[in-house]
Design a protein around this ligand. Structure first.
Ligand SMILES: *[C@@H]1O[C@H](CO)[C@@H](O)[C@H](O)[C@H]1NC(C)=O
Ligand SMILES: *[C@@H]1O[C@H](CO)[C@@H](O)[C@H](O)[C@H]1NC(C)=O
Length: 414
């Protein structure tokens, strides 16, 4: 007979292990090892910027943040990374911080103070590398019962995603345009994906990897044929390195258009039952603008054709479709809009929630970070779209919980 306390420890260990088993797909569903639906209800967390660290560790301990995310009912985090970090995982966090001022144009004394605040909230970080720090954050999320989908947000660690930031389109693909490809080294991208798939083998909370955030072509001259070629290359880099992972891929036009799969489905057979499609939706998304920002038009004429059709079951193209980013200002507004700042945001959000609720889709809200280590050369730069306040203590606008409440429910399944 084991003493009760040991039984509890053993059971806890077994539950945690079961929670961290690989996910897979069937038809439009993401399923766990017991073939039960695992609906992604995630919060985005930026880790792709110049510090090469998940944001916010100067404000709260990672365990506090992981617990907060889990306590709100999210079951996963979409954690973004750069290829720069993926290929330089051995870089000491202290060295990343000591060059951060120079690399971002932020004041050196403010960056030095930032690093001492990171160490005081998270003393474990002092002597380790950026790869180990990512691992520590992922493991902490896993211990809080959360899964992690890593997302390759950019090649060059920096804010994303402008049309001319050089991270938008594979440099080897035709036609080369410097403004959207100058940092997107295809060889390094493949190596970086492999490196993160390898990393994930040691951090079982990771359930999948997103191949590239918001592919941004120059319309017309950069073609969709390249999408098939390079997405397949990235999918092989992940799947052939770690076949347990979900392989997440978004369409073109900043992940708002994957309509081409209807007539030319992707051959997913090399990747088993692991492929998940993703889409993004904002007030500035082209199909929302094309619908005159009118919910009824968007629902009836636009979203189904650009992405939503993938959820139709029994088709060659059927697959899970994850709304891996949606977001809006969290700055606050009147109570009749649950604190949503503008009427435009409120109309967009309630329309989107209604749509995703209707098909019980998987989703990820953008984003946890209430501020950045450094952005625009400013230390602790506030993020008004951050779900958390600037000090990462709690909801910036608690009213959001009411507006998205229905998305947490699971109403459909295989
Ligand atoms: C980091 O290294 C220094 C110098 O060796 C040591 O004094 C300190 O205790 C270490 N910190 C941690 C958290 O291991
Ligand atoms: C991409 O990076 C590799 C090193 O990994 C380098 O050999 C190659 O020249 C780079 N490609 C371009 C177009 O800069």
């Amino acid at each position: 007979m084991l003493p009760n306390i040991l039984w509890s420890a053993l059971l806890l260990a077994m539950t945690t292990a079961a929670q961290l088993e690989p996910l897979h797909t069937s038809s439009r569903w993401i399923l766990d090892a017991n073939n039960k639906r695992f609906k992604l209800r995630c919060l985005n967390w930026a880790g792709h910027m110049e510090a090469h660290l998940p944001e916010g560790l100067q404000h709260q301990s990672v365990d506090t943040l992981a617990k907060w995310v889990a306590d709100q009912g999210f079951n996963c985090v979409r954690l973004t990374f750069s290829i720069d970090m993926a290929l330089d995982q051995g870089l000491k966090v202290s060295d990343s911080c000591s060059t951060l001022a120079e690399r971002t144009g932020a004041p050196a004394d403010a960056v030095a103070d930032l690093w001492s605040r990171v160490k005081s909230k998270n003393s474990w970080i002092e002597n380790i590398s950026v790869g180990e720090a990512f691992g520590h954050v992922v493991d902490a999320l896993g211990e809080a019962g959360l899964r992690v989908i890593l997302d390759n947000h950019v090649s060059k660690a920096s804010w994303c995603c402008n049309l001319d930031d050089g991270n938008g389109w594979w440099d080897e693909a035709q036609v080369y345009v410097d403004s959207n490809s100058r940092f997107f080294n295809t060889t390094n991208w493949v190596s970086g994906l492999r490196a993160m798939a390898q990393f994930s083998a040691n951090h079982p909370a990771v359930a999948g990897i997103g191949l590239r955030n918001e592919i941004r072509e120059v319309p017309v001259i950069q073609g969709r044929d390249a999408w098939y070629e390079y997405i397949v290359r990235g999918a092989h880099a992940v799947h052939d390195t770690n076949p347990d992972l979900l392989v997440v891929m978004g369409g073109t036009l900043s992940s708002t258009d994957i309509s081409f799969l209807r007539n030319k489905p992707l051959d997913r057979s090399p990747f088993g039952d692991k492929v998940v499609y993703e889409w993004h939706h904002y007030t500035f998304s082209p199909n929302w603008i094309a619908s005159f920002k009118t919910c009824s038009i968007w629902k009836s004429a636009t979203v189904g054709g650009t992405s939503g059709f993938l959820l139709q079951q029994g088709k060659d193209y059927t697959g899970p479709l994850w709304l891996s980013e949606f977001g809006f200002s969290q700055a606050g507004g009147p109570p009749e809009r649950h604190g949503i700042e503008t009427q435009e945001d409120y109309d967009y959000l309630t329309c989107l929630v209604d749509y995703v609720k209707g098909n019980d889709g998987d989703w990820a809200l953008w984003a946890i970070q209430g501020s950045y280590y450094v952005r625009d050369g400013v230390v602790d730069k506030d993020e008004s779209w951050g779900v958390l306040k600037s000090d990462f203590s709690d909801w910036r606008n608690p009213g959001v919980k009411d507006v998205i409440a229905d998305l947490f429910k699971v109403t459909q399944g295989p």
